[in-house]
Design a protein around this ligand. Sequence first.
Ligand SMILES: C[S@@+](CC[C@H](N)C(=O)[O-])C[C@H]1O[C@@H](n2cnc3c(N)ncnc32)[C@H](O)[C@@H]1O
Length: 282
Amino acid sequence: MSYFFNQAMQKLISIGIENPRLEIRLLLAAVLRCSPSSIFSDVVLTSEQKKLFDSLLAQRLQRKPIDKILKHREFYKADFMVDENVLSPRADTEILVEEALRLLPNGNVNILDLGTGSGCIIESVLLEKDKISGVAVDISERSLIVAQKNADALNLNSRLNFIRADWFDDKIVKIIGQEFDMIISNPPYIPTGDIAKLMPEVKNYDPLAALDGGNDGYDSYKRIAKIAPHLLKYGGHLLLEAGCGQAQKIVDICTACGLIHHKTVADLNGIARCVIMQKPSH
Ligand SMILES: C[S@@+](CC[C@H](N)C(=O)[O-])C[C@H]1O[C@@H](n2cnc3c(N)ncnc32)[C@H](O)[C@@H]1O
């Protein structure tokens, strides 16, 4: 193992990084512009490359997540640009994409993504079904810029519209202005008081608006459940990502707003992660 590789490993281990070898390979792959699988611990760097590697490692030692250092992240089947203005897409969220694809027909349907962030959910769905069009809403202008750049890169701009809006706005249904076959949302769901306890990678680098779910964590679910019946076609589905232990209460909140529980899907860790509700048919 080269000296600098070993040193970098020790530094990452000292701050409690779980998989230091993988992370160093990812950083080195970015420096050498090659695949991480072709990087070994005896790698040799020029002084310029070493300088760049040291600057990336210094950011990681500040607990900046790897995807925000490298400015992109794989999600479902595509690569998404990410920066400090968007939530880093999480592997758990891919369940929403899988369930949406299972429910959506191949025809001309339209879907709405509430709180699009990087655009990873709706854009992954659109990539798989070429007749679907969509609307992506976010309160953050800066995150919409990222989502738009991702749509450009993935050649989806002709099928995707972006609206900057706040779902707590009284006029939100009018602002969005149409009914959809499906609504997808991964809203902020961390109780405000728990945010300080999150890992530094999350609390210091994901935007607060992407995390803060209000006092009990359910503020956005309550609001989305209220507006969804006005934005869905009869028989349309609402897919919500749930935080750990939140699924049943989300079902109750949505049921109280007139939606029917279709199913709840667990993630690979057995956590009920995706709540699927349906607007009754007529
Ligand atoms: C948990 S992040 C999800 C981002 C992305 N959909 C994903 O799954 O990676 C929640 C998103 O909702 C947006 N958001 C938060 N409150 C909002 C509100 N009141 N109205 C519209 N968007 C909101 C945030 O800006 C953020 O992009």
